[in-house]
Design a protein around this ligand. Sequence first.
Ligand SMILES: *Cc1c(COP(=O)(O)O)cnc(C)c1O
Length: 389
Amino acid sequence: MTQQRKIAFGKPWITDAERNAVLGVLAGDVLTHGPQAHEFEKEFAAAVGGGHALTLSNGTAALHLAYWQLGIGVGDEVIVPAQTHVATVHAVEVVGARPVFVDCDRATGNMTPEAIEAAITPRTRAIGLVHFVGMPCDMPAIMKIAAKHGLKVVEDCALALGTRWDGIHAGLFGDAGTFSFYPVKHITTGDGGMLITRHGDLAQKISKARAFGVDRTFAERTVPGVYDVLSLGINYRLSDINSAIGREQLKRLGIILERRARNFAALKSGLADLEHVAILDATAANQINSHYCLTAVLDGALASQRTEVIRRLNAAGVGTSVYYPHPIPRLAYYREKYDEDLSRFPNAARISDQSIALPVGPHLEIDDMNHIAQVLTTIVRDLMCSKKS
Ligand SMILES: *Cc1c(COP(=O)(O)O)cnc(C)c1O
């Protein structure tokens, strides 16, 4: 009897290096705001190629601090994608600003510069974009629009570690870029996040705001326990235990991205001839996708069969996910608060209702990709046949 293959959608890649790093921190005296977080920041900035990097407790905290410290608040509008993780929009809502939803592009799931410009009003203060499952938004064009209208730009890069446009890493175009180290993301620290910014003054403000707004760090205090508080702050630090894990993960980022790119290419070519299955990708030479997952959209006669396709994939041992299950304005909280005309977001709805996120993570081999392609092909052919008869 052949054993059934089990392909997990996502799997944290934890080695002895991470285990030893954690034990190393636990053996010392400093568990938080110590040297590990500081080193992780320096190494992260080096890995993305610039900016000031700040460790934070998670990606949502990073988004919240970005809007808060950029001074966005009540009475302001922020342009956001309808198709994203809810945290992209919650961060806007939490500072009291109003999210203005924009539909995404059919081919990539990203907001286009044209759609962004069309949503600008006299109250618009910022653009809060997401690089959809790792495909880069057209940042040069978006930054041009932002400059023309005096808008801040926050890039949600939670799935975009490794994403680049013209060689520049996502997060380094706008005023701030935010990353997540939740277990299934490109690298993990358990929970964790990072904010990068080109602006030294914003980095200073965020560095204070993430630790109660105190005027001097633990290391800067001459008399232990004595400090003043100059501004409002919160506690969004990342501990040295988490940071030590992140430093080890970061060392393997190159391998992680290579494997993801290799797996994505194999799966994409394995599905290329499949009718009614569209694959989202960024294909221009100047655009680098970080390949978080492969989004397969079921169109035509297959569109209404998504649940059945997922059920059969899972039954065959292929793990799947959905990114993201509803356009944000369709989620109960946003529906009740803003009552948007949902027909304005057809491309976002197509991804929510007709797409399947397939795994391409570094825990998988080419062999697994061939298997997924073969299983999905069989399912699709079978469903289309039974439809005709
Ligand atoms: C995961 C994710 C977040 C939230 O990050 P956390 O670290 O879980 O808070 C935000 N935006 C996007 C696009 C994400 O995928």
